[in-house]
Design a protein. Sequence first.
Length: 500
Amino acid sequence: MTTYTNPILDADWSDPDVVRVGDDFYLTASSFGRAPGLPLLHSRDLVNWTLVGHAVDHLEPAEEFAVPRHDCGVWAPSLRHHDERFWIFWGDPDQGIFQVNAPEIRGPWTRPHLVKQGKGLIDPSPLWDDETGEAYLVHAWAKSRSGVKNRLTGHRMHPDGTELLDEGKLIVDGDRIPGWFTLEGPKLYRHDGWFWILAPAGGVETGWQGAFRSREFFGPYEERIVLEQKDTDVNGPHQGGWVRTPSGEDWFLHFQQRGAYGRVVHLQPMRWDADGWPVLGDDGAPVAVHRVPELPPQPPAAPATDDDFPGGRFGRQWSWTANPQDGWATQHSGDGLKLACVRSADAHDLRKLPNVLTQRLPGTPCAVEVELRLDSEEEGTRAGLTVLGDAFSWIGLERASDGTVHLVHRFAEAVADRERDADHPRIAPEGRARLRIEIGAGARCRFLYDIGEGLRPSGQVFAATPWRWVGALLGLFALVPAGPGQAGAATFTHFRISAA
């Protein structure tokens, strides 16, 4: 492989940040309200990535994330390596700036520590200055919580990363830069005698990547646009991280907002011009195809999607829509995922359920399949495969009042508060089904099923939709309306995603 094609991560790895340690590159991304959170990816060539773990098991405070908060939680993390430890700082817009750290990328990671409390504090980025021994932190603001946006605040930080040493100072005011708005997502660096802040502006759909530099941390800063759409089809190319290879090559990873697919990750070459400013992509325009970084060749790799659920365990690619509880998934001696039919007063609306096991929607046309057996005998129990967003649709099995199992297909629009049938229910005589979703261009989803007579289509084509900040998700679930006692389980096997 001598060239790569963008995006290098074609799914919702939102707000990526990257760091190199030795010959290894590591990346993390926003995970919002899902648990586990803060995914950790590894690469040796900046093109091929695998998912190796997560930095947080549960979101805190636990009681607030016992229910889905799809657009809240972990926003825009920064990943750093300092003092022989990995550090991740992120902003929770409702609580403040948090930090975790670990001696190795796979952990053990510390519990989240609140570095600065406050509403609307987002996108923190730390810097340990090796020249002076000083530590700093810069962050942005969410207007929805604070009433403030389009500005960056800088702090001195204790070198141990536990606290900030001042009240903070406005160091970049986007309102004073003609044409700039929604300045956010800063990443702080030291290079060539300058303090650098790489920060996007203009919004995720149509924005650009800016660079700021100053001889002093608290400014004044001068600015320049270093990456924008120009005549390419990469809308809003911005917010990411700079990394340097062992040979001295510079690269920049950033996202592109793609509707239901979320924020996919691109890799841009980076160089420095005669005036010492970074130049990203092809003279400031995103590249579609480019030569690979000068690094040892690596075999093709990508974050896992398929799962046989050995021993009832699910792979790292899965996260719950809220903090999990014991008993939702049962370990056993064979293969297959056994999900308990969790009782819920919100059985009519998957968006409100914490016990949906999800993974990212692939950014290219594909087919998703899973086999399902409904083991519960209780009326109203149901389980299925869903495409979950602000609107959702699912196909699966439900136990009827006469004891039979029906193949059902349901959906809800974004404005609806409960689901309704997308097709007529059909009896599944064996209580089993093969479920399939074919996802085409524009995240248009065609649902199919097999209950012993071969694959048959079901309902109308469903256009997947994101939440405000989160792309659509694929999900597995089992549930039953509220009531007393346990209600049995459902078993999923042979989860597969194949190219269309």
